[in-house]
Design a protein around this ligand. Structure first.
Ligand SMILES: [Zn+2]
Length: 298
């Protein structure tokens, strides 16, 4: 199941306590559906539960029957109100019959929660959200420009700050920040999906952190291996050109210690040294050995 379907299946199960919120929920589904006019009221979806919620809400609030039809492939479901009943639904929501410009009628909202219910309805019919496993993206695809501006304004007023774009002639209202998507899911009542998104984010952050740490360790190991290889080459060069006795006794002891223990770290060498030397003492002597080797002409 996609994350979008998960959110939608959660939304259709919400039981609104107040009648005003029920009405706002249906209003969101209707006005952002495929058509909402005197001649045609319909919506299309791939989600049977969404189709049924649309149909049941219209029946409950407007006492109007709908027709549910599936495309030949069975993938797309169309729900429509019979032409003779369109006026009734339009008038129920205070829309003028001959209106040419579809705009949100604010008188359909009575309480604070009405807006969440309205957004939930809108999301059901024209919204999608990416899986948080991939990226953070939630959007509405709205056919009418004025309607998309209304949605944009209402989301802004709810402290969710969307962005807008045009795609294939459609108006897209979208969110890209994970926090905003979480807030939106909470406002529309999809708290289960919101928690899943938050969990996924924690897992992702943790994985990134672990990767960064692993990369950092790898880099340290690579640095160390490279340093040791330079030291060994230097010691071998001194040995083959001048002999190790070219070094003073202090340096010679450390050179021998390094040759005998090519895999040892500085602190391991420090523990093995006799007389005992600190880690930086060992490091300092190794550097001098490398410099001595560099000074020898081939
Ligand atoms: Zn309400």
């Amino acid at each position: 199941m996609t994350f979008s379907s998960q959110v939608k299946n959660e939304l259709v199960k919400i039981e609104y306590e107040k009648n005003c919120c029920k009405r706002a929920f249906l209003y969101g589904m209707l006005i952002f559906g495929k058509s909402f006019s005197e001649n045609k009221i319909s919506m299309q979806t791939e989600n049977r539960q969404v189709a049924e919620a649309y149909s049941a809400s219209i029946k409950e609030l407007c006492n109007v029957e709908t027709q549910i039809k599936s495309s030949p492939s069975g993938k797309i479901i169309t729900v429509s109100v019979e032409k003779k009943d369109c006026r009734k639904v339009l008038l129920y929501f205070g829309h003028e019959l001959k209106a040419t410009n579809l705009k949100v009628n604010y008188s359909n909202f009575s309480c604070e929660e009405c807006f969440g219910a309205f957004f939930a309805g809108a999301f059901l019919v024209c919204g999608t959200v990416s899986s948080p496993k991939k990226d953070y993206h939630l959007e509405f695809t709205v056919a009418y420009f004025n309607l998309s501006r209304d949605l944009f304004t209402m989301l802004n007023e709810s402290e969710l700050h969307p962005k807008s774009a045009k795609r294939n002639g459609y108006n897209i209202i979208y969110f890209k920040e994970s926090e905003t998507i979480e807030d939106f899911l909470y406002i529309i009542g999809a708290s289960g999906a919101m928690f899943d998104l938050m969990n996924e984010k924690i897992v992702k952050d943790f994985r990134n952190k672990a990767n960064r740490q692993a990369n950092c360790e790898t880099a340290n190991i690579e640095r160390m291996v490279k340093a040791v290889s330079i030291q060994i080459q230097a010691i071998e060069k001194i040995k083959s050109t001048k002999g190790l006795s070219y070094l003073n006794d202090d340096l010679k002891a450390v050179a021998q210690l390094r040759l005998d223990n090519p895999d040892a770290s500085l602190s391991e060498l420090s523990k093995m040294s006799n007389p005992p030397l600190s880690k930086s003492g060992i490091n300092h002597r190794l550097k001098r050995i490398v410099e001595t080797a560099e000074g020898i002409k081939k």
